[in-house]
Design a binder for this molecule. Structure first.
Ligand SMILES: *[C@@H]1O[C@H](CO)[C@@H](O)[C@H](O)[C@H]1NC(C)=O
Ligand SMILES: *[C@@H]1O[C@H](CO)[C@@H](O)[C@H](O)[C@H]1NC(C)=O
Ligand SMILES: *[C@@H]1O[C@H](CO)[C@@H](O)[C@H](O)[C@H]1NC(C)=O
Ligand SMILES: *[C@@H]1O[C@H](CO)[C@@H](O)[C@H](O)[C@H]1NC(C)=O
Length: 485
């Protein structure tokens, strides 16, 4: 230590000496700098002291304290499934081996609790080591566990796998609390259900992460989320059949890629490349972003996203791509569809159940079709008409080769006479429903007629004047906005 200090001081003196030579007109600055250096040095020594004391070479008088050796049993909590006898070639059944690895991982030391009733496993990992494993029973995790990961390999259902189960199941129930798992991560997995059952089931779980997974050959759901909160599905690919579109079997695709039967989940940056239904949602406050659905064309009976939450939808669908398949929303109440691209005559259906539609924004989307006269937004009123229509804004969408539909429209009509009628039926979504209208009568003649809005009925707006006049009438109507008087 003494030697170190001496060397530092010597170095400083040399620097100061040079400094004085170079800038001898400012000696006060040099003294100030020296003081500062010494202060810094003292601080540094104070900071270093506890570390230096541990080294008997530097301070022989200090007690020798070496870092404690890790206990013989402590090792990283990575459970390699091959160490349990799993067969990474996929030739023999690895169910028991992987379940043993999972059981050990779930018994690992607890570092306390996460949410009430969920043991924190500290980040234990079940490592599939890039292998391909055949399994004949679901890998069901016992309840009350959290902070663990299953990663890095392929699981394939054998031909005896039960068709009503899932390859990975977070579905056990726990008597301790309502939430059975927290922060379980499933990542970098290829899950092949071999047309027997589904991929992943997540029940009553909190903060589950499904990341970079490829899920295929499911007959029920690729991923089914029931109850719980905040399952985040991202950067993943799901398809019943492995195809890149235009598949000759497309008509026969079945199953659902993702079912969200719970609240507060997110599906982001996900491709759904085959299934009868892309995503079905029956829970609130879910968000869909960056999803590309080309699962089964609408013309073959497919649906991209089906919102089965009549009366309390609370769903946001943004920045997504609907490729020959669209969106169906039952009695939507609070639904936002924005910045999406609809290709191949794909459209949105508002389906009446109890006749309610409230708080719906369908804005800033692009629609591209084949000039077959398909409306971009349609009403399904087979169960009865929409009777409660409030705060619906369908506007600012752009269209190529399809019929624009909106709840806000502008029109004009030219004529010589005393009446002008603007018919908005070709554009307004709801029949016989205008909540607000404004007009301007423009005439260049020498007369200034009296004129008035006389009638709004069947989405037609009638303007009349007291004397014949050559005029253009401009009208703006709105079906959605709520105005206060
Ligand atoms: C698990 O496997 C990886 C590579 O397959 C290896 O690097 C690691 O040491 C193994 N860990 C254990 C605990 O066996
Ligand atoms: C689709 O399934 C039906 C029976 O469900 C079958 O008759 C038909 O051949 C299948 N189509 C194709 C293209 O495989
Ligand atoms: C408008 O109609 C009247 C007759 O009703 C006619 O006298 C007048 O020339 C017409 N004006 C124009 C610009 O066509
Ligand atoms: C408005 O027009 C409709 C359709 O032409 C008509 O049935 C209705 O009686 C009119 N209302 C008024 C107040 O003139």
């Amino acid at each position: 230590m003494a030697l170190f200090l001496t060397m530092v001081l010597a170095f400083l003196i040399i620097s100061i000496h040079q400094n004085v030579h170079g800038e001898n007109s400012f000696p006060p600055k040099v003294h100030f700098s020296l003081q500062k250096h010494l202060d810094e040095l003292r601080k540094m020594q104070g900071f270093k002291a506890p570390f230096l004391q541990r080294d008997p070479l530097i301070s022989s008088s200090a007690p020798s304290i070496s870092a404690p050796a890790p206990p013989a049993t402590a090792r990283p909590k990575i459970f390699n499934v091959t160490s349990y006898g799993a067969d990474p070639t996929g030739k023999t059944d690895s169910t028991d081996a992987i379940l043993r690895a999972i059981t050990d991982a779930l018994q690992g030391p607890s570092i306390g609790l996460l949410i009430n009733g969920v043991v924190n496993l500290g980040g234990a990992q079940i490592n599939l080591e890039g292998g391909n494993y055949l399994i004949s029973r679901p890998l069901q995790l016992s309840a009350g566990r959290g902070n663990l990961m299953i990663r890095g390999g392929t699981l394939k259902a054998s031909n005896t796998f039960p068709g009503d189960r899932y390859l990975i199941e977070l579905s056990s129930t726990n008597k301790n609390g309502p939430l059975n798992y927290e922060f379980v991560t499933l990542r970098d997995l290829l899950l092949d259900s071999s047309f027997l059952g589904g991929g992943i089931q997540v029940v009553n779980s909190l903060r589950t992460s499904i990341d970079n997974c490829y899920i295929t050959h499911f007959t029920t759901y690729g991923i089914l989320v029931q109850d719980g909160h905040e399952t985040y599905i991202r950067n993943s690919y799901l398809g019943q059949h492995i195809t890149a579109g235009g598949d000759p079997q497309e008509r026969n695709f079945s199953g659902t890629a993702i079912g969200l039967m719970g609240n507060d989940n997110a599906v982001t940056d996900v491709v759904i490349f085959s299934a009868a239904m892309g995503i079905i949602i029956s829970g609130q406050a879910n968000t869909i972003s960056g999803v590309h659905c080309y699962n089964k064309a609408n013309g073959f009976g497919g649906t991209g996203i089906y919102l089965k939450l009549p009366g309390l939808t609370q769903t946001r669908i943004v920045h997504s791509y609907f490729d020959y398949t669209g969106i169906v929303a039952e009695d939507p109440v609070q639904l936002n569809i924005a910045n999406c691209f609809f290709l191949g005559d794909a459209f949105i259906v508002l389906k009446s159940v109890n006749g309610q539609v409230n708080g719906v924004n369908i804005v800033d989307n692009m629609f591209s079709g084949s000039h077959r006269g398909i409306d971009i937004v349609q009403l399904d009123q087979k169960n009865g008409p929409f009777t409660q229509i409030q705060q619906v804004v369908i506007d600012r969408n752009n269209v190529d080769g399809m019929n624009l539909k909106a709840t806000v429209a502008r029109g004009s009509v030219q004529g010589n006479g005393t009446s002008w009628t603007v018919d908005f039926n070709s554009i307004l979504l709801f029949p016989d429903f205008v909540k607000h209208a404004q007009y301007t009568l423009s005439t260049s003649g020498s007369t200034f007629p009296n004129h008035a809005l006389r009638n709004i009925s069947n989405n037609n707006v009638l303007i009349e004047s007291d004397i014949p006049v050559q005029a253009t009438v401009f009208v703006t109507v709105d079906q959605g906005k709520t105005y206060t008087s």
